[in-house]
Write a protein that binds this ligand. Structure first.
Ligand code: SF4
Ligand code: SF4
Length: 118
């Protein structure tokens, strides 16, 4: 199993980190050298700028999460990195909880799953 996060769309809500039963995701500070430590392709890597449409949708939402904050603190903020993709058991919990709709999973027969926020 291969898992990555499309970093420019990640709000830092940490839902993936909270729900994954096998700890695929780690939250990293956006300035951390590990912010791109998963298999995201070059156009989905973190380069310091979030996608405008995602910022417009989530930046002022008051749902108890820190959106687009540099640091992971207080249960949200920072950016998600799928550091343990091969551990994924395809339970799909993260796929329906991802605010940024930015998780991509490829299974062992090359089926690709994208997150859709419920
Ligand atoms: S689908 Fe995979 S990465 Fe997502 S929560 Fe389930 S085990 Fe974790
Ligand atoms: S659930 Fe999605 S938007 Fe939220 S931290 Fe994880 S990857 Fe980022």
């Amino acid at each position: 199993m291969q898992v990555y996060v499309e970093k420019p769309k990640c709000t830092g809500c940490a839902h993936c980190f909270d729900v994954c039963p096998v700890a695929v995701f780690q939250m990293k500070d956006r300035t951390s050298p590990d912010a791109n430590a998963d298999v995201a392709p070059d156009n989905d890597k973190w380069t310091g700028k979030s996608e405008d449409s995602v910022v417009a949708k989530w930046s002022s939402v008051q749902d108890g999460h820190n959106h687009f904050h540099e640091k992971f603190e207080g249960g949200s903020g920072g950016i998600s990195v799928a550091t343990q993709g091969p551990s994924c058991i395809l339970c799909q919990a993260c796929l329906v909880e991802c605010e940024g709709e930015c998780i991509v999973i490829t299974d062992d027969t090359n089926n690709v799953y994208h997150s859709i926020y419920k």
